[in-house]
Design a protein around this ligand. Structure first.
Ligand code: NAD
Length: 486
């Protein structure tokens, strides 16, 4: 891809329209090569103030725009996503190390989010409740929250930003998006251009690339009435604390350490294929990644050997130059973190079956066994291409191992008996469970979200979006005025 010589995001911020900002300019580094592929203007706390003020001043008018016009803008945005697919996918690959099919899937998923959001403004937005007072009508309706702050991570930066941005806009809110600086072009600047070109009124949507300081300023700002955050549990906890203190709504979609349970009556060819996909897709940098492979002792050797041979067949390299299954991790810090977790686990007695080596920002698809639950590879969210395998001897033990993790995002259960798998599903504290499939599952019409340390019960998708991005208002009407005792 030829990178544009001097794109607008190098010098300007999208504060409802492109404007100059006071913040620093940083290098955008390609994880696959270490090359500087662009520059990026970073926002400051002062820009949060500017954006919040503009958003407050434009949100009410946006909320009043008729539903069919809102829907038209969102449909146009969806169409532009498809029209600009090559440009967006190229940036996703160069900026984030995504392989082509991952970039394609993410774009299609974002398109679905836009289309689904376009259908929201025409949904019924209230109910009429009875009253015990004669002549009184109780109207109850959904209303916008005001300005919604969206904070997104770098792993699926387009989808995980826009799954909040589109429905929040559809429900009449203004939105300030803070993408991660590692993914702010595809996950921020390009989306600003799309919404602007789709006809979204100026001032309603803002993109403020920046790190924790900008995020904190957004969370603290009194004009921002809700935070929709996707990211790590540690940061989510801090944001939740601030939102509690400032009394704002917080939707927190956090980390995971997801188990795939393989019972002795499972189809091991399918289970190992699901295990490999769930563990190695996008270099394992997915919240729903299969981070714990729990296998019945009697089939563990067979599962391990099938999983290892699938891992060994994966091609790794620069996804911008060759067709590979796996690209680089997002940067050296993440790659070294994965290496450290594996090495510490090996020191504690784990055995590498295949992989286990870092090459710069790349980490080999790794299968590791003799794992115990006190090892970091089992207890921590690795966020890398590592598949730790552990054994169990009974369904109860499998449930205990799944529930041992404080996270509860996704799980998979493989068994020849659906009834047996369903019994296990009913005993585990996990938000999304897939029987005879893998953990990285996302269907946009089905509410998505985790339990425990994976979130605070916010849900994305389908009917959940209406409730998530609105508050409610009760308006009562007395046909004739009423006299009270005094
Ligand atoms: P992160 O928590 O470090 O960062 C996420 C976002 O928060 C970034 O934009 C970052 O700049 C911002 N941020 C960091 N500190 C902040 C602070 N103090 N205040 C406000 N904002 C702050 O997470 P990450 O490393 O970018 O992403 C990986 C994590 O995200 C993993 O734990 C993964 O499981 C999780 N994740 C969850 C989901 C989900 O849907 N549940 C999806 C994808 C990723």
């Amino acid at each position: 891809m030829d990178m544009p010589a001097s794109p607008v995001w190098q010098e300007q911020l999208f504060l409802g329209s492109w404007k100059s900002g006071d913040g620093d300019q940083i290098n955008v580094v390609e994880p696959a090569t270490g090359a500087v592929i662009s520059k990026l203007k970073i926002a400051t706390a002062g820009d949060v103030e500017r954006a919040a003020t503009i958003a407050r001043d434009t949100q009410t008018a946006w909320a009043m725009v008729p539903f069919d016009q809102k829907a038209e803008i969102l449909r146009k945005a969806a169409a532009l996503l498809k029209e600009r697919a090559n440009e967006i996918n190229d940036w996703n690959t160069r900026e984030c190390g995504s392989v082509g099919p991952k970039a394609d899937w993410e774009l299609q998923a974002t398109y679905e989010q836009a289309q689904m959001a376009a259908a929201l403004p025409m949904q019924p937005n209230g109910e009429i409740f009875p009253s015990n007072m004669p002549g009184k009508r109780n109207y109850w309706k959904r209303v916008p929250i005001g300005t919604v702050g969206v904070i997104a991570p770098w792993n699926f930066p387009i989808l995980l930003a826009m799954r909040s941005v589109f429905p929040a806009l559809a429900m009449g809110n203004a939105v300030i998006l803070k993408p991660d600086p590692k993914s702010s072009i595809c996950g921020g600047a390009l989306m600003a251009q799309i919404l602007s070109d789709a006809g979204l009124p100026e001032g309603v949507f803002h993109v403020l690339p920046g790190g924790p300081e900008v995020g904190q300023a957004l969370v603290e700002h009194p004009l921002v009435k809700m935070i929709s955050f996707t990211g790590s549990t540690a940061v989510g906890r801090k944001i939740g604390e601030t939102c509690g203190r400032t009394l704002k709504k917080a939707a927190l979609e956090l980390g995971g350490n997801n188990a795939q349970v393989v019972l002795e009556d499972a189809d091991l060819d399918i289970a190992s294929s699901c295990g490999a996909w769930g563990a190695f897709l996008h270099q394992g940098q997915i919240c729903m990644q299969t981070g714990r492979h729990l296998v019945h002792t009697s089939v563990a050797e067979e599962y391990l050997s099938r999983l290892a041979s699938r891992a060994e067949n994966l091609a790794c390299g620069n996804p911008a130059q060759e067709q590979v299954h796996q690209g680089p991790l997002i940067n050296g810090v993440q790659a070294k973190r994965v290496e450290d977790i594996v090495n510490r686990s090996v020191e504690m007695g784990a055995r590498i079956v295949t992989g286990g080596k870092r090459h710069g920002n790349y980490y080999e698809p790794t299968v590791i066994t003799d794992v115990t639950s006190n090892m970091p590879v089992f207890s921590e969210e690795v966020f890398g291409p590592v598949a730790p395998v552990m054994t169990f001897d009974s369904d109860s033990e499998a449930c205990e191992l799944v529930n041992e993790s404080p996270y509860g995002l996704a799980a998979a259960i493989h068994s020849g008996s659906t009834e047996r798998a369903l019994k296990i599903a009913n005993r585990i504290q996990v938000g999304m469970i897939h029987i005879n499939d893998q953990t990285v599952n996302n269907e946009f019409q089905v509410p998505f979200g985790g339990m425990g340390s994976s979130g605070n019960s916010g849900r994305f998708g389908g009917p959940a979006n209406i409730e998530e991005f609105t508050t409610s208002q009760w308006i009562s009407v007395m046909e004739e005025g009423i006299q009270y005792p005094f």
